[in-house]
Design a protein around this ligand. Structure first.
Ligand SMILES: C[S@@+](CC[C@H](N)C(=O)[O-])C[C@H]1O[C@@H](n2cnc3c(N)ncnc32)[C@H](O)[C@@H]1O
Length: 245
């Protein structure tokens, strides 16, 4: 569970994460949700959970489309930001996906933009998928959007500089065991910073095993945000749809 040494407890809570990934914006989120909803056709009265919702870019849009949505995230800063958008059908809470996800039963749980594979303890991957299964109604579905680990591992860009809001981010990527490490160094606010993202290379077959152990059945998968078919060699994303048995 949460300790001070977990990279994802600190990095996502900083303003710098949001600056580096500012291109992952509302326009991208809205196009993705439009594509998913056109394909999956949720019912108007379905209850939706955006798990690891960040500042709520997908949750807010799903709510604007008329749905009742909860958004949970570990980052207190992000949830504080998202709470500005709350209304009677949209609420945000700080919650850890490895733990208790509350008493609501959802028709859909969304976990979007590589918000999985962070944990040091292998059990925590399964604990999180089990927590999802527990909060779905029978027949409810998990929609999980992850990187295509197979392709990412083969085509790693080892070094890159990105400039956003006058900050020069120096990025290094390398594989370490079954993880991809992304080291991020920059100067900002009169300080030198170093953060690390460490994401497990979970493949399609790994997710299928996790689902099977948690009582979820994979029913479809896609390879891009516009829902092209998944190809383990070529696709950038692995988007899994799994149904609670
Ligand atoms: C790459 S961001 C994606 C955020 C959001 N889904 C989006 O697309 O903007 C990953 C998110 O996962 C959250 N997160 C990491 N570990 C978590 C955990 N154990 N429980 C809940 N959220 C977690 C982070 O705080 C962060 O907001």
């Amino acid at each position: 569970m949460k300790t001070n040494t977990e990279w994802f407890s600190s990095w996502f809570d900083t303003p710098y994460y949001h600056i580096l990934y500012m291109h992952r914006d509302h326009t991208e989120a809205e196009a993705f949700i439009d594509a998913l909803f056109a394909e999956l056709k949720p019912h108007k009265n379905d209850l939706i959970l955006d798990l690891a919702c960040g500042r709520g870019r997908h949750a807010v849009y799903m709510n604007q489309k008329g749905y009742q949505v909860d958004g949970f995230d570990l980052s207190e800063e992000s949830i504080q930001f998202a709470k500005e958008f709350e209304n009677e059908n949209l609420r945000f809470e700080v919650r850890d996906m490895r733990g208790n996800l509350g008493s609501n039963k959802y028709n859909w749980v969304f976990n979007l933009f590589t918000s999985f594979g962070y944990f040091n303890e292998a059990d925590d991957d399964l604990n999180s998928i089990k927590a999802v299964a527990n909060c779905l109604v029978p027949g409810g579905k998990l929609v999980l959007d992850f990187m295509n680990a197979q392709k990412v591992a083969k085509r790693l860009v080892p070094e890159e500089i990105k400039i956003a809001e006058d900050i020069e981010f120096h990025i290094e990527r390398y594989a370490e065991g079954n993880h991809i490490i992304k080291e991020i160094r920059f100067n900002a606010d009169q300080q030198q910073w170093r953060f690390e993202e460490k994401v497990k290379l979970l493949k399609k077959s790994d997710f299928e095993t996790l689902c099977q152990k948690a009582g979820l059945k994979p029913v479809a998968c896609y390879g891009s945000l516009d829902l092209q078919p998944f190809d383990e060699e070529k696709s950038d994303r692995y988007i899994l749809i799994a149904e609670k048995l």
